[in-house]
Design a protein around this ligand. Sequence first.
Ligand code: ATP
Length: 239
Amino acid sequence: MTDAILEIDDLDVYYGKSHALKGVSLSIGEGEIYGVIGPNGAGKTTMLNAIAGFVDYDGTVRYDGTDLAAVRPQRIVRDGLVYCTEDRDLFPYFSVHENLLMGAQFRDDRDGVRADLDMVYELFPRLDERREQEAETMSGGEQQMLAVGRALMSGPDVLMLDEPTLGLAPVIIQDIGAALETLQAQTGLTILLAEQNATFALTHADRLSLIETGEIELSGTHGEFHDNEYVREAYVGVH
Ligand code: ATP
């Protein structure tokens, strides 16, 4: 692993009395795709919400060497840690193009924004073909591409994706996976991917962790996960 860009140390989250995350620690290297897999309700979203500053936690989240405890969520995004939630949060009556521009609303580097727009349209030709279409009329897969595209327009160094394949057709899932690998190869983007679809995460992640009932049960390389009998039996091909 290269230098860690995102370090999560001993993270605990409670919802009332319910202990949703139990001492979770992860270290994500610059430029890697890191997959967090686990069943429904395991705590994947809670972990991403904690990193983004959306829920209170005990423990430490360090991004690019800075402890995020006292950093406001909007500042975290401006600093390049960008979160694409499971709900996608698109502006339904805005066009594809307008949604993408909304992703760049905090940026003042106009040349960079223009270059990133070109990059997003090249990455997702379906968005290019539908620049003027309203977001709410797009298919589920196209909306997911738009959500990723909009997150990219914020100029992230680290992109957190929650369940990007949820409910999508296999051919679209392939397109999204290919886009993530292109981004990693061409831009050096670091990606933290939370997925119930273990097959997808295993196909694209360099390293992974398995989370069950709020605890990390296993962390390892792509190869270690691929060869792990428990992972194969309990998760691969099941989603
Ligand atoms: P999924 O894949 O279904 O989204 P997940 O692994 O992302 O699952 P979380 O959404 O993080 O899991 O949920 C972890 C646990 O915390 C679950 O038991 C869930 O019911 C609970 N939980 C999540 N959000 C809240 C909340 N706002 N208030 C109370 N409990 C919550």
